[in-house]
Design a binder for this molecule. Sequence first.
Ligand code: MG
Length: 398
Amino acid sequence: MAVDEPSASGVLSPDRADLVLGDDGAAIVSVETYALAVPLKSPIADSTAALTHWTVPVVEIRTRDGRVGTGISGVHAGSGLLCTVIDDYYAAALLGASSEDVIGTWNRLYWLPTHWIGRAGVVHMALSMVDIALWDLAAQRAGVPLWRLLGGTPDPIEAYNTDAGWLNRTENELVHDLSSLLDQGWKRVKVKVGKPDPLEDISRVRAVRRAVGDGTTLMCDANQRWDLATANRMMPVLEEVAMDWVEEPLHADDLEGHATLQRATRLDIAAGESIYSYQQFASFIAGDALRVVQVDATRVGGVTEWLQVAAHAAARGLRVAPHAGDMMQVHQHVVGTGLAQSPPLIEFIPWTQDAYVDRSIVQDGYLQRPQAPGASTAIDPEARRNWQIRGVGTARVS
Ligand code: MG
C-alpha cells in the first residue's frame, strides 16, 4: 500500500495569507516552468564535462497587472529537477503573494521544509530562478533595466572570452581559436587545463602564451580536476606564462587546499561557480582561499544573494568576476553595481544569445549595458518553439 507524501510546513515560512500585499497589480497569479536545450555551434569539453547543448531551465511568474517575470538557470542535465522544486514546493508559496516582496519571498522559500534537502544545488538553484524572476519584474515595474534599478553606472563593462580555450581542441586548434579572438578585439581570454597528462597542459599553455603575446591577459581553468600535489607542480609553469588567475584548481569544497595553494603562489586563485551560499563564500574569504570571487547568480540564491557575496568580497579588496551560468544575461546587470576598488569584469560565453528577446551587445571586448526594462531574461518565442524540452515543467510540450 502506498501513501501520499505527508505535508510539512516551515516554522519560518508564514502562510501566504499572512503576507501584506503592496500594489495589488504586483500579486502573483501564475507560476510556470519549462526548459530549453540550446544547441552549441560545436561540441565543447573541459576536464569534467563534454557538451553539445546548454540547458536553460525557465520560470515565468505572472502578476495581476499582466507582467511576466522570467527567471533562468543553466545546467548540464537535470533541468526537470529544478522545475519540479518550483512546481511542487515553491509555486504554492508564491501564488497570491506580492512580487515586490523580493527579500521576504527569498526568506520564505529558503526556509521551507525543502531547506533540509538542498541548501546547495537543485533546491537553491530553483530559489535563484524565482529570485531572478522577481528582480526582472521589479525592474520592469520601475521601467528601467535592472542595472539601473540597482544603481549601476551606464559605462561599458570589460569582458573576457571563455569560448575558445576548450580541452577537446588540439593544441594547434587551441592556438588558432584564441588567436582569432584577439583578431576580434578581445584582450582577455581563458583556456581550460586539466588534461589527464599534466605535461600536455604545460605544452598547451606555453604554446598559447607564445601565440597571444605578452599584451593579452590569460587565465586558466582546471574545473576541479587536480589534487593538491598536481596543482603545486603546475603552479611554476602557470606563473611562468603569467596566468592572471588559476580557476578551480581543486575540488570546490576543499577550502584548506585552496588556502594552502593560495599561500604558495603569487597568482590569484579563482573560484565560485561551485560555491552555493554567502556563508560558504565568507568562509573561503576568511580563510584567504581565493582572490577572485566568481559568484554566479544562478548558483547562489539569485540576484539577492549575489549582491551580498559581491559586497562582502569587494569590501575585502577581492576581485569579483562572476561565472556566467546564465551566459551573462543577468550578470550584465549586476556587475558593477556596488562599491569596489577593482573594475568590474564579466565572463563572455555566447552560447544562448539566440534564446533571448534581448541579446547582449559586446564590442571590442566591452559589454554594453542593456537598455530594455527588466533583467534581459525574457525567452524568445521562436527559441522556445525550437528548443523546449519535452516533458519538463508545468508548461509542457509533448
Ligand atoms: Mg570555470
